[in-house]
Unconditional design. Structure first.
Length: 324
């Protein structure tokens, strides 16, 4: 008989599921849950829009009686607090007859923080924790960032030519990249709660900033405009990068002024650089002043996460290297 996959493989699958909850699970964390019995997945769950049902509740509902004697893989410690919107997940797992729970990250919410694990152990359930914790936290980065720092997790997207321009000198920038890169950009939009451009981009391009992918049209993010002035209907004006607090995930789509403002404020956590195999020459540079005092300070800030070709364009994804 074939050996069942190890715990880390099941957890990786649960983490992939957890990403489905982004960004609709807000204000709750996007959690993934797999229920496995005899080496077979009997049910899957991820946090539903608005934050309920939780991933465990969805999976237990789907598993029914098959949960008895099974292992649950959960990307965040099951909650220990009941709420008017549902029971505590640790109690639900116990009640369903789960005998083993593998957890990725401990929940920093003081209502749970270790209490979920303790409750499972007290009920005689075998608990394994810290399984792919960093990967699970990365999949929940927006929720984690807002909780820890009270601000959104910010992704900055820039589409440039090989010579680092985001537009021609006359401001025209449609299109620098090809259809596949732009479709990827739309997928990124669908995974963000809010999207922002600077006022000059609104005036130059009148961008819709919606998600134009089949089946994802209802995932268009809320539109923010970086301006010291007012915003037209359908947009919310924000006066500075620091002024955005009630959002988990923000996608900044330029232009150079907006991008520079977020970088100067050290408010960018992830960079999406789409580079087209074209030269513009004498065009608009991707960035203005970002407040760099010394070239040495520029080093060690960005870590390459992913690099791939999208049609004839290259996408490089970097994450901000931060302490703690
Ligand atoms: N290739 C790409 O990826 C891409 C993406 C987007 C845009 N673009 C191109 O980029 C060009 C526009 O870029 P841009 O650099 O001229 O302008 P921009 O970044 O779109 O907008 C600049 C405006 O943003 C506001 N702003 C900037 N910093 C701010 C701060 N710290 N606090 C508050 N508000 C701030 C100001 O608006 P107020 O003056 O109203 O205060 C400023 O005038 C266009 O040609 C567009 O086509 C290219």
């Amino acid at each position: 008989m074939q050996r069942p996959p190890p715990d880390a493989d099941w957890m990786a699958a649960a983490i992939a599921l957890s990403r489905r909850g982004r960004p609709a699970s807000t204000p709750n964390p996007n959690v993934g849950c797999l229920i496995v019995k005899d080496g077979i997945v009997t049910a899957r769950g991820w946090t539903r829009p608005g934050g309920r049902p939780h991933a465990e509740a969805m999976a237990l509902m789907a598993a029914g009686g098959a949960a008895r004697g099974a292992t649950a893989y959960v990307t965040l410690e099951p909650c220990a607090h009941a709420s008017p919107r549902g029971p505590a997940c640790s109690d639900a797992l116990i009640g369903a007859g789960i005998t083993r729970v593998v957890i990725a990250a401990q929940d920093p919410d003081p209502r749970t923080d270790g209490k979920g694990i303790a409750r499972l152990q007290e009920a005689g359930i075998e608990v394994v924790f810290n399984m792919l914790a960093a990967e699970a936290r990365a999949a929940m980065a927006p929720w984690w960032m807002r909780r820890a720092r009270g601000r959104p997790f910010v992704t900055l997207k820039l589409a440039t030519s090989l010579d680092g321009c985001i537009a021609r000198a006359d401001g025209s920038s449609r299109w620098i990249t090809g259809a596949r890169a732009r479709a990827h950009g739309h997928l990124e939009r669908a995974q963000h709660q809010a999207i922002l451009v600077g006022r000059a981009t609104l005036e130059a391009d009148a961008p819709k900033l919606d998600v134009r992918l089949p089946g994802l049209a209802d995932r268009s993010p809320v539109k923010l405009l970086l301006t010291r002035g007012t915003a037209p209907e359908g947009w919310t004006a924000v006066a500075s990068p620091q002024a955005i607090a009630d959002v988990d995930s923000l996608l900044v789509e330029g232009g150079a002024g907006a991008a520079s403002a977020f970088l100067a404020a050290d408010r960018v956590d992830r960079l999406l650089l789409y580079r087209a195999p074209i030269l513009i020459g004498g065009g608009k540079p991707a960035l203005g002043d970002i407040g760099l005092a010394d070239l040495a300070d520029a080093h060690g800030r960005w870590r390459l996460q992913d690099s791939r070709l999208l049609g004839s364009d290259r996408l490089d994804v970097y994450e901000r290297a931060r302490e703690g």
